[in-house]
Design a protein around this ligand. Structure first.
Ligand code: GLU
Length: 469
């Protein structure tokens, strides 16, 4: 059975790159009817917080991911201790009493000689007795993994292909810190092995860690899993996608009014070639059906914010159901301080869902439907101050009494005014728009009039007419 996992560290918001890693791990497991595990990697006690953990989980659920098993590394310290002990007993690991100053000194020397730093292995040769003495003196120590000298570690990455790294590039590394907490490269192996993970899917920034992990697998007699390193996501300037590029967390996009389905869909397209040339819209279920590692590109993907926004617009316009759109839209309305009943929101969105690309943009654009009174922009005021506008508004007001205002009816009335009073169509629509929305651009006046309660239409026009008195 295929078993994959997503293993975030709760040290920040869920980054788009990590979200894509989670999605690909999830899709691969589901495609093979396997198991998907969520494992919180919180061994770094200083940087991990419960708040970030909660938010990661919330954002993953929001994206539509669900997992079969859940683990938290901070609850598994006993297990790691046991395996660290095993490594010491089998001669694969040893206590290292070097102080930070000594290590710093070694690092400096390497720098002076212009060679990459690696630990000298000084404590490798301590005898059992020497170790006992130092321990009795309460000298702090770390536990290091004993790395064989000048050995090639090779693996076949399922995306990146053949990778070979020489052990001299890294040397003996710490697996347990002096405060007793185990390090990432060690616990990741223990967990992946005990949890039966068959495919380790993660970002390519972890490639340099992989040989260290392979050595630990072998030392513990575990089966080495398949490795799948996903290419990085770059910004449009081709540097690694980071905060410098603006919003990079799932949370940001959620708050901006992106739909989870759209973000999910977009992230899948990043670095993955659709087997159906040109097709870009897929549901989660469809992705599960067709997802193959072979379709992941080995070169970096470029994040295109405009494209994501466009795709979100497509989802708002035509992919999600009207009911679903209403569900998603209402909290945004409330957050902006507007109230409206569901039926009214549904009517508004039915006619306007093609006019915005994010929910936040929608709330902003559709304000005239939800506020009691509008506020005028400067341009709107100068339009309303025209004598022509006054004539238009008075004529319009007279004609809408006792009429059911449909979009067609509004257009008819505008035509009548145009003919009878010899006023240009543009001036008519400008006057109506300025009085009803307070602006010169935005939602269609005919749509607005067909939905806004008549009382409110009249009130807005009367208020605009007051500008002349
Ligand atoms: N906690 C690691 C990270 O967030 C996990 C890496 C891995 O998947 O092995 O990068």
């Amino acid at each position: 059975m295929v078993i994959t996992r997503f293993a975030p560290s709760p040290t920040g918001y869920l980054h788009l790159g990590n979200a894509r890693t989670a999605i690909f791990s999830y899709l691969f497991a589901r495609h093979h009817k396997g198991k998907f595990i969520l494992r919180i990697e919180d061994t770094d006690r200083e940087r991990s917080t419960k708040e970030f953990e909660d938010m990661l989980i919330e954002d993953l659920k929001w994206l539509g991911l669900e997992w079969d098993e859940f683990y938290r590394q901070s609850e598994r310290f006993e297990i790691y201790k046991e395996y660290a002990q095993k490594l010491i007993e089998s001669g694969h690991a040893y206590p290292c009493f070097c102080t930070l100053e000594e290590l710093e000194e070694e690092r400096k020397k390497a720098e002076e000689r212009g060679v990459p730093y690696r630990y000298s292995g000084k404590c490798r040769v301590l005898s059992r007795e020497e170790v006992e003495v130092l321990k009795r003196e309460n000298k702090p120590y770390t536990i290091r993994f004993k790395v064989p000298d000048n050995t090639m570690v090779v693996f076949e990455d399922l995306i990146k292909g053949h990778i070979a790294i020489n052990t001299d590039d890294f040397g003996d590394f710490v697996i347990v810190r002096s405060d007793g907490t185990p390090t990432y490269n060690f616990v990741v192996v223990v967990d992946d092995a005990l949890m039966g993970v068959t495919h380790v899917i993660r970002g390519e920034d972890h490639i340099p860690n992989t040989p260290k992990q392979i050595l630990i697998y072998e030392a513990l007699g575990f089966k080495v899993p398949a490795f799948v390193h996903l290419p990085v996501i770059l910004g449009e300037d081709r540097s690694k996608l980071s905060k410098r590029h603006g919003a990079v967390s799932v949370r940001n996009y959620r708050e901006e009014g992106y739909l989870p389905e759209a973000l999910f869909n977009y992230l899948c397209l990043l670095g993955w070639s659709s087997p159906e040339e040109g097709r870009e819209i897929y549901s989660k279920e469809e992705f599960i059906k067709i997802f193959r590692l072979e379709d992941i590109n080995s070169s970096p993907a470029i994040f295109n914010k405009e494209k994501l926004k466009w795709l979100n617009g497509v989802y708002i316009r035509e992919v999600v159901s009207l009911e679903r759109l209403v569900d998603e839209f209402i909290p945004f309305l409330q957050k902006a301080g507007y109230e409206a009943d569901r039926e009214y929101v549904r009517r508004v969105l039915q006619s306007t869902r093609d006019s915005f690309e994010t929910l936040k943009e929608g709330v902003d654009r559709l304000k005239p439907f939800f506020v009691e009174e509008v506020s005028y922009s400067e341009e709107a005021i100068s339009v309303l101050e025209n004598e022509t506008s006054r004539i238009v508004l008075e004529a319009f007001l007279q004609r809408i009494e006792d009429i059911d205002l449909t979009q067609e009816k509004v257009k008819e009335i505008a035509k009548e005014i145009q003919k009878e009073l010899k006023i240009k169509a543009k001036d008519i629509w400008h006057a109506l728009r300025a009085s009803l929305t307070g602006k010169l651009e935005g939602v269609g006046v005919d749509i607005l009039c067909s939905i806004l309660p008549k009382e409110r239409i009249k009130k807005r026009i009367l208020r605009a007419l007051q500008l002349y008195s």
